[in-house]
Ligand binder design. Structure first.
Ligand SMILES: NC(=O)c1ccc[n+]([C@@H]2O[C@H](COP(=O)([O-])OP(=O)(O)OC[C@H]3O[C@@H](n4cnc5c(N)ncnc54)[C@H](OP(=O)(O)O)[C@@H]3O)[C@@H](O)[C@H]2O)c1
Length: 240
């Protein structure tokens, strides 16, 4: 049997109960990674855990709201306590908001989106990266959007959160370069999940780039904004 490219690695994935996070978790499991998974809904997490266990990998899962520092610290402590290390962090948990201009959004709507999509990624980075620095290796993958590189009327708070995530990616990559911890962002394209009311392409079709960024094949890549479709085209693996 051939070894998976993530054999021996431990990956921590937020928002892994459904959608892109679940698809990435199962792709990593197929490549042999052990997994630490979180989201706020235990029933969905359990389903992902069962599917990963069927693929023969060790999985730890815990409900965790990524915007809460205490939840994040408890999750990361348990993951590392159980699995011993963490090689890959996928900051995938995210929420959108109703279509409304920035001036129409309520305080709570703005805070909810920024707290999950931006503060959450920073809290995870803060909790996980010191372990990667001690290991002298690690890969952080921030799930962004083309709205973090452009603008669309009606999606301002979401867009600002993703522009912030792109900034977080660049700053962390710069700060961590000599520590051999790399930080990149991925724009997955339009994917059929609960967030898009199940319109768009299949989540399974965006996972190759995540596997590549988690693997040693991308060891020299940091501070990059990657787009799934462009990457597939450049690497010639677009599905026929
Ligand atoms: N689908 C697209 O077309 C698309 C395009 C560009 C970027 N993205 C990005 O891709 C990522 C995944 O989105 P998706 O499309 O897969 O949406 P989704 O199906 O709604 O999944 C989002 C996941 O994040 C979790 N989550 C949300 N808030 C959380 C919180 N505070 N703490 C912990 N987990 C939380 C959700 O679980 P709970 O609700 O149970 O917590 C769920 O597991 C997001 O960052 C999104 O912005 C998606």
């Amino acid at each position: 049997m051939t070894q998976g490219v993530l054999e021996g690695k431990v990956a921590l994935i937020t928002g892994a109960g459904r959608g892109i996070g679940r698809a990435v978790a199962l792709a990593f499991a197929r490549e042999g990674a052990s997994l630490a998974l979180c989201s706020r809904t235990s029933k969905e997490l359990l389903e992902t855990e069962k599917a990963a266990a069927d693929l023969g990998v060790t999985t730890v899962f815990q409900t965790c709201d990524v915007s809460r520092a205490g939840d994040v610290e408890a999750f990361v402590t348990r993951a590392i306590g159980t699995l011993g290390r963490v090689d890959v962090l996928v900051n995938n948990a995210g929420v959108a908001h109703r279509a409304a201009s920035l001036l129409e959004l309520s305080h709570d709507e703005w805070d909810d989106v920024l707290a999950t999509n931006l503060r959450g990624a920073w809290l995870l980075a803060r909790a996980v990266i010191p372990h990667m620095v001690r290991q002298r290796c690690g890969s952080v993958i921030n799930v962004s959007s083309w709205l973090g590189r452009d603008a669309l009327v009606g999606y301002g708070a979401y867009g600002v959160s993703k522009w912030g995530l792109e900034g977080l990616t660049r700053y962390l990559a710069l700060e961590l370069k000599s520590a051999r911890v790399r930080v990149n962002s991925v724009s997955p394209g339009y994917v059929a999940t609960k967030m898009t009311q199940y319109r768009g392409g299949k989540a399974e079709d965006v996972v190759e780039l995540f596997v590549y960024l988690a693997s040693d094949a991308s060891a020299s890549l940091t501070g990059q904004q990657l787009d799934v479709e462009t990457w597939k085209r450049d690497f010639g693996i677009r599905k026929r």
